[in-house]
Design a protein around this ligand. Sequence first.
Ligand code: BT5
Length: 317
Amino acid sequence: MKERLLALLQERDFVSGGEAARILGVSRTAVWKAVHRLQQDGHAIETAANKGYRLRGYAPFDKQQAASELAARGLHAALHWCESSPSTNSWAMNEAEDGAPAFSWYVADRQSAGRGRLGRAWVSPPGRNLYASCVLRPSLPPARASQLSLAVAVAVHRAVSALGVDARIKWPNDIHVNGRKLAGILCELRADPDRIDALVAGIGINVGMRADEFPPDLATPPTSLQMEGFDPDRTRLFVELAAALEAVVGLLETSGFAALRDEWNRACALHGKQVEVLFGEESRAGTVAGLDEDGYLILEHAGGCERIVAGDVTVKK
Ligand code: BT5
């Protein structure tokens, strides 16, 4: 009943209690209770006098259309979808351990314990955003895993650019629009000493979120495609992302990071900026001079030029 009501709300703008009761063949009280349960699950359902219920900020995701577009584009990608997962990265890693092939995608409508980097949380309410994790099995040594995560950022940049969004990569792999975070990436590695067994690329893109739906305590207010004036269409975004990821991973394997470096540098939000980089217990201030051919951040400071593989960046000016 809860699922059927959700499906109805996803199809329609407003549905009155009476209309929903008639369509679903239940009482109005049963509809009201189901609305309450959906709200408890995190669905933003609003009520308007004389109009009824509406699912707020719903961003469409048509699984069948996505799967058929992947096939039509000749991609290897296979889509696995569920309503709710603790974290699509954990789901994908479990499947990778059980032998899931490269470009298996695990996508959830919501995450109950979405993860950011370094134990941080990723806000993942239902129906609004893309939470997607992809199993990659590149023929690369583990030492080049950080290049892979930079390549994932290039893929996300390509996907949102295909929708017309003017985005920037913030090193190492955040995607920003107008200085606000649109997407984050969490890469997790399973490797033998000499080869990558699987890398799970977890991508969270804010699609239909509105400003007042983000928790107020986030460091800088994030943004979403909808907030930037774009269609909150998760289907198209996902297909563009799957296509871009296969293309960049292929390039990295055949031609090395050098093949992606110019694109990364063009898309980088930090070029020429004065920043402070935190890595482990250390921090360094300097000016960003782009990425070198191995994917290290080049930081210029009084002591000379330094190459940094990963860290957290704060822009000073
Ligand atoms: C990231 O971490 O940016 C990586 C986020 C990866 C999320 C995806 S969703 C699919 C897959 N499954 C998972 O469980 N994770 C991946 P980090 O750089 O640590 O940024 C986390 C910080 O961003 C938080 O501490 C908040 O300040 C902020 N934040 C949390 N949720 C956000 C959201 N939805 N949009 C923008 N910023 C958010």
